[in-house]
Design a binder for this molecule. Structure first.
Ligand code: GLN
Ligand code: ZN
Length: 783
């Protein structure tokens, strides 16, 4: 029978715990299964141990509402598609429990041949055999989910009882959990309908019976609370969507009476949707008070008397240790209004987005360590808050003092606050984010100085990171290869790449980025204010995890970062050698960022550091400098009303980094995704002399954005899809260029691949670039 508790204390809950394991155990289990080394049973065993460990850890911290079904072998949205039987036809599902093989085929294509992922930004390649489902970012996080796909005449039926199975599995271990489901409305909104005339929400009526069935089964299994994640409630939604929420929760409440639903919203404020959320017939509402602390007052004011409020107090999206005293004060104020029974303490969102356990980080600076909290520590923080409220402050006096002490030390630490950086920031003037001359004047000078042909060819920066390159890097890191030997090796690789580019006739060369481990880490390691963890992995998608750097302090550049490699490469050739930097917004976006100053301030600091690098490159004789900004688009806020402010400062930071050079120096930027329509004016406002973008896969369709807006500067629409191993023939690339010519003026066009080539093999890259150069030549001949 369900445990229906009567209680007189504040409860502590979590909304989801990292599933990857403290040492990436899940990755290893998955990959060894995929490669055929281990059986399905062995994989499921490892998964069960990971779940058990996470539950026990939370239980030990006295969490009252411990989540289940937050675990996933690949992705929780995919799990939901499987649960409701939304399996696209090509996977050949005939009803009944969805086999694990089908699940993995949806996740990564069949036959497993899916390498060639563009590691720098988590895209993945096309597959042979059955394709994988499409993947995209989960709200504004770096987590990617498998996009549900709804076909014509889509129906739903139970395809998996995972939520019930995992609830029972936990109960076997003596742990009573609160199962988590993605709410039906958010689930449908995350999906795509293959039939453009069919809005996913039209499927709601068909979908709800499956949810009712799952909830009934959970209730019979003994669940008393179920967490329904509906983050769509923090988005701009229309009246029809609001009505869908009402229908959904009215149905669930009447069909499964007695079961308490905790409606979880996160990643922002409920805003205009608050009234709707407060009216829904649910037992509890979770609100994100980290992203939107201001919503506590209206929530307290508007909530019906018996609605349990779950306060998202601990930051689930960032790595900082909480200052517990102010949170305690907020909780006490809420309790005075609602009573202890009316309040649950929680992280702002699932802890999926932070690393697992700080205890493993022995290499970190001790001060920095004392300012951090990963998932395990965040659970402890909640538990301290709970005990302070239930047992009195004395019970956790030491922990409270330690928290205040760390917060105080962080506020004044000289490791964080660098007066020189602050002074420099204060002295920034608007002219600093403007190039001296207008584009036309710069272009004339650059043409003369660079002496490039029409349709100049270039690449995006990186060349294949071969086995040899990776081996040398790791040998060097382990001390098996001396600095001197490693440098000599990198020089040879670079020289070979330069010679080869000259040989095949590329116009603007690159050095190949062999010395870089990762486009953010490489710079972060050379900047003050950045730190790196050993085990701070966070899931990006499936078994792919990233280890984002932590920006903890004022950022500055003690020394030049790339000038050595760029000048060495330039010394090998008369052709222009393109300097290669990662832009300020991308450096920010792919890191954990300080929470004690506004993001834009950190971004400006990075921009100034990069500006110094740009100026130094110019002084060293580098005439073309590319500042990559693949992450500009993903920084867009969830609500449109906030877009402009973000785009304004993002563009300003890019310009601040780029504008310290003379007009004759050519600034490039690169972005690799295919949605520009709604931000094209801001892309134009970046005022890069040349932008390279991804267009091969869309067959130049995305250039539409650049024609209706009339992009003013030069542009390299990618003609070689680097995500696939396939060799593009000359004709195909020439055709793409002809298409580009229909939409852009001929003297605007550059010829380049879609993105960097580091994930490809030389055997693939060489013929492809030879063809690319040939395509440019053909175009020149007919121009
Ligand atoms: N210059 C980088 C490279 O070529 C750009 C990578 C990216 O766009 N993500 O790898
Ligand atoms: Zn790219």
């Amino acid at each position: 029978m369900p445990q229906r508790s009567t209680r007189m204390s504040v409860l502590v809950s979590t909304l989801g715990f990292p599933r990857i394991g403290p040492r990436r155990e899940l990755k290893r289990a998955l990959e060894s299964h995929w490669s055929g080394k281990t059986t399905e049973a062995a994989l499921l065993d490892s998964a069960a141990s990971l779940r058990a460990a996470a539950w026990k850890r939370q239980k030990a911290a006295c969490v009252d509402h411990i989540p289940s079904n937050d675990f996933s072998l690949y992705d929780h949205v995919l799990d939901t598609s499987v649960m409701v039987g939304a399996i696209p036809e090509i996977y050949g599902w005939k009803g009944g429990p969805v086999p694990l093989q089908t699940y993995f085929a949806m996740a990564r294509g069949s036959r497993g041949a899916i390498d060639g992922a563009c590691a720098a930004h988590g895209h993945r390649s096309a597959v042979h055999g059955l394709p994988a489902m499409e993947m995209t970012k989960w709200f504004d996080t770096n987590y990617h989910y498998m996009v549900p796909e709804f076909g014509r005449g889509q129906t739903f039926s139970l395809g998996s009882t995972k939520p019930v199975d995992e609830f029972l599995e936990a109960r076997q271990l003596g742990i009573h959990t609160r199962p988590v489901l993605i709410g039906p409305v958010t689930y449908l909104l995350l999906g795509k309908s293959k039939d453009p005339s069919l809005h996913p929400l039209a499927l709601l009526r068909n979908l709800l019976p499956v949810y009712v069935e799952v909830l009934r089964r959970l209730w019979s299994a003994g669940a008393d609370w179920v967490q329904m994640d509906e983050p769509a409630l923090v988005l701009d939604i229309d009246d029809a969507t609001r009505a869908a929420f009402e229908t959904t929760y009215a149905t669930l409440a009447s069909e499964v009476p007695g079961l308490k639903l905790m409606l979880a919203t996160y990643f922002g404020a409920l805003g205009d949707n608050l009234a709707v959320a407060l009216k829904l017939p649910v037992a509890g509402l979770h609100v994100d008070l980290v992203r939107a602390p201001e919503q506590l007052a209206p929530v307290l004011d508007g909530a019906p008397k018996d609605l349990v409020l779950s306060l998202g107090l601990i930051d689930g999206r960032n790595v900082w240790r909480a200052d517990l005293e102010p949170l305690l004060a907020r909780s006490e104020a809420a309790i005075r209004r609602r009573g202890t029974d009316g309040i649950v303490l929680a992280p702002s969102c699932s802890l999926l987005h932070v690393p697992v356990d700080l205890a493993q980080e022995d290499g970190l600076d001790e001060d920095l360590r004392s300012w951090l909290a990963f998932a395990a520590q965040k659970v402890d923080e909640l538990s301290i808050l709970g005990r302070a409220l239930n047992e009195g402050r004395d019970a956790v006096q030491d922990a409270l003092v330690a928290s205040s002490w760390a917060a105080g030390a962080r506020r004044v630490s000289t490791k964080i606050h660098d007066p020189a950086v602050r002074m420099r920031l204060a002295a920034v003037t608007p002219t600093m984010s403007h190039r001296q001359g207008a584009f036309e004047a710069r272009r004339a000078l650059q043409r003369q100085q660079l002496d490039l042909p029409a349709f100049p060819t270039t690449t995006i920066g990186s060349f294949p990171q071969t086995e040899a390159v990776r081996k040398a890097r790791s040998a060097h890191a382990k001390g098996a290869l001396s600095d001197g030997e490693y440098q000599a090796f990198l020089r040879r690789e670079t020289e070979t790449a330069v010679r080869w580019q000259e040989e095949i006739g590329i116009d603007v060369l690159v050095h190949g980025e062999f010395e870089r481990n990762d486009m953010v880490q490489y710079f972060g390691e050379q900047l003050a204010g950045y730190a790196f963890t050993k085990h701070g992995w966070v899931q990006s998608y499936g078994s792919r995890y990233v280890r984002p750097p932590i920006i903890f302090g004022d950022v500055s550049r003690p020394e030049p970062m790339t000038v050595g490699w760029s000048s060495y490469a330039q010394s090998l050739t008369q052709k222009p050698m393109k300097g290669m930097l990662t832009g300020p917004v991308t450096m920010l976006q792919w890191s954990f960022v300080r929470d004690d100053i506004p993001r834009l301030e950190t971004c400006r600091q990075i921009a100034l550091a990069l500006r110094d690098e740009v100026v130094d490159l110019e002084a060293a004789g580098i005439r073309v400098i590319q500042i990559d900004e693949p992450a500009i688009r993903e920084g867009l806020p969830l609500c449109k009303a906030e877009w402009k402010a973000y785009l304004d400062w993002a563009v300003e930071c890019f310009r601040l980094s780029a504008s310290g050079v003379a007009d004759g120096t050519q600034i490039h930027t690169h972005m690799c995704y295919s949605e520009f329509n709604d931000i094209i004016a801001s892309i134009g406002a970046m005022d890069a002399d040349v932008i390279s973008i991804e267009t091969a896969r869309s067959k130049m369709e995305l250039l539409e954005a650049f024609t209706s807006y009339r992009y003013p500067n030069e542009i390299g629409p990618g003609v070689y899809d680097i995500h696939a191993p396939r060799l593009p023939p000359v004709e195909e690339m020439a055709e793409l260029l002809v298409k580009a010519k229909e939409r852009l003026s001929a003297d605007q066009i550059w010829v380049n691949p879609d993105c960097g080539l580091k994930t490809r093999r030389w055997e693939e890259v060489k013929p492809a670039l030879v063809n690319m150069v040939e395509a440019a030549k053909r175009l020149r001949a007919t121009a």
